[in-house]
Design a protein around this ligand. Structure first.
Ligand code: AMP
Length: 284
């Protein structure tokens, strides 16, 4: 595995080695890698000739500095895992490599309101940071295919919108959510949970499953209110639970309103903010 820490090394390697018959896959991450991340690498390897992974904890997408400070960092283990799965290139830059001219963004994209709901509502500025860093990393890695996890559903939709708005010449592949055997979606943030916290966190998956099973039998309003009630009776703190149109991210009143229905949830367990989602109808 080639391991680059500077943009100069990365760019030189790419320009010297890129040829027209290669298909480059790119997997951006913030590290503390787990099987969810590795599934993206594996998906890339199955369709691309070369796979680049980046590990960079991007400060501009954190709206709370304490969240950024507490974000898990396991660089040695990340290098080991990426080597083990046969990643071709790891890019693990310092802040000044990604933002040599400072963290102010000059990128202006009309996200059509996709960034003002759910994550965008509760994490102001989050998606400006996400689009800024993804755009910068795409500029450096020049991939043909970008692999992102459906775990961050809204992020996938917004990056898809960015690609369209800027007419970027690449394909976005949204990869399925990897869960543990109990249903908990793998997340770097799970490391911060106790064993009991991980059990309590199953309420997120249970809520999504409930929505999936009852979508055709109950009204959206009644599903949402019963999930909210369950949270009131639990130790978890619900931030939002919404059943939305997967294209517009707007809440729906009836499942027949759209061909793409997604349930999205964010909640705090032991002070750790977790998100999850489930496609209830249709898909990307
Ligand atoms: P992160 O390091 O959390 O920014 O995640 C990097 C990429 O991995 C994003 O595209 C995530 O959506 C994806 N990812 C994170 N967790 C999972 C998971 N459990 N299953 C599939 N993809 C995931």
């Amino acid at each position: 595995m080639y391991f680059f820490k500077t943009t100069e090394e990365l760019k030189r390697h790419i320009s010297q080695n890129k040829s027209s018959n290669q298909k480059i896959g790119f997997v951006p991450t913030m590290g503390a890698l787990h099987q969810g991340h590795l599934s993206l690498i594996q998906q890339s390897q199955s369709v691309c000739s070369h796979t680049i992974c980046s590990v960079f904890v991007n400060p501009t997408q954190f709206n709370e500095s304490s969240d950024l400070q507490k974000y898990p960092r396991t660089p040695a283990k990340d290098i080991e895992l990426l080597t083990l799965v046969g990643t071709d290139i790891l890019f693990m830059p310092k802040l000044s490599e990604v933002y040599p001219n400072g963290m102010e963004s000059s990128l202006a994209i009309d996200l059509k309101g996709l960034d003002s709901v759910m994550e965008g509502k509760f994490r102001p500025g989050h998606f400006e940071g996400v689009t800024q860093v993804v755009h910068r990393l795409l500029e450096l890695t020049q991939p043909d295919v970008l692999f992102m996890g459906q775990k961050d559903f809204q992020q996938c939709v917004i990056v898809g919108r960015m690609i369209k708005a800027l007419s970027l010449d690449l394909e976005l592949v949204a990869c399925p959510i990897v869960r543990n055997s109990s249903g908990l979606a793998l997340s770097s943030r799970n490391m911060r949970l106790s064993v009991r916290g991980r059990e309590q966190a199953l309420i997120l998956f249970a809520s999504l499953q409930k929505a999936k099973v009852t979508l055709e039998k109950e009204s959206v309003k009644s599903i949402v209110s019963s999930v909210k009630k369950q949270f009131l009776e639990s130790n978890a703190d619900l931030e939002y639970f919404e059943i939305v149109d997967g294209h517009t991210l707007e809440p729906i009143a009836d499942e027949k309103d759209t061909d793409f229905v997604v349930a999205c949830i964010a909640a705090y367990i032991e002070g750790v903010r977790l998100i999850d989602n489930m496609i209830l109808k249709g898909g990307f």
